[in-house]
Design a protein around this ligand. Sequence first.
Ligand code: 5AD
Ligand code: SF4
Ligand code: FES
Length: 341
Amino acid sequence: MNYILEKAKNTHDLNKDEIIRLLKDDSISESLFETADYVREKTLGNSVHLRGLIEFTNICKRNCMYCGLRRDNENLKRYRLSEDEIVELAKKAVAYGYKTIVIQGGEDDYFTKDRMVSIIKRIKSFDVALTLSLGEKTFEEYKAFKEAGADRYLIRIETTDKKLYNDMDPEMSFENRLDCIKNLGILNYEVGTGILVGLPNQTLESIADDILYFKKINADMIGIGPFIPNEDTPLKDAHGGNFTLSLKVMAITRLLLPDINIPATTAMESLSPNGRTKALQCGANVVMPNVTEGEYRRLYALYPGKICVDDTPLKCRGCITSKITRINRVVSDTKGFRGQR
Ligand code: 5AD
Ligand code: SF4
Ligand code: FES
């Protein structure tokens, strides 16, 4: 085997040059995937953790260049679920066997600290783990959510290349995003971050830095997704991310952080049929099926071609279970904290 892979498998440590060499060399992709799959199996066994994803508002005050929910997109009908609707979806998800609920939305100021605290407390009464994905908030807000019972928080850094970050959103501050991620760690959340692969002008060198950043902050979860150009955004004519490169970034992340949670992302399957199954065989151990109902799925339009927009929570639950069992893996019955099987 390639000595870089051998080293990663044994030490879970690589330098920037070694990561770049793995990213550049497509002749090693298959051995990289096999090594990541081996490390995942050895560390975490065959369990796959399911997280029921509620997309509770597509209203966003931000204007990220790549995202269909950006505030300047006027071609999108906006929605916001009520507190009762959100809690009801969570309750049904628990009835379908989900042990973790993820509530994700745009940065929608209607959902104040007090409103979120109330939602968090009600969902936590169902004895589930709760992950929030609400974007950049103050330390005080993150603290209040944690005290109300939230367990985990997802906020991708998107890229650690400061120039690229600013090009992707001239109004946002890279430093503030780093601070948010730091604050979540200080508050003892399980912290999930990650990147988009294939942003315009993103280099393999910068992706190597991203992977080293995951290792440096010792992230608990890492979500990697290909960037998929959206017609209703300024990046509509961009090339978009490559599926194999996204898988490689994910696999290298598994080699460096053997016990963390890594989802097979929805964007991977949107770009490539059976993309999540392939990702589960290249280092991933988590899937986040949608438990939102009705037209809201379609309206949560981050990128085109998003899977499951016409499906129901029940359909997705069955579908994902069969995908998992077909590759001889099992749906975990734990809450799936870092390192748990
Ligand atoms: N393609 C792929 N992923 C996207 N996201 C936003 N827009 C796109 C797109 N066009 C991702 C971002 C964000 C997550 C919620 O969705 O990485 O963190
Ligand atoms: Fe809003 Fe998040 Fe989309 Fe940026 S990526 S526009 S913060 S929903
Ligand atoms: Fe939704 Fe397969 S996960 S239909």
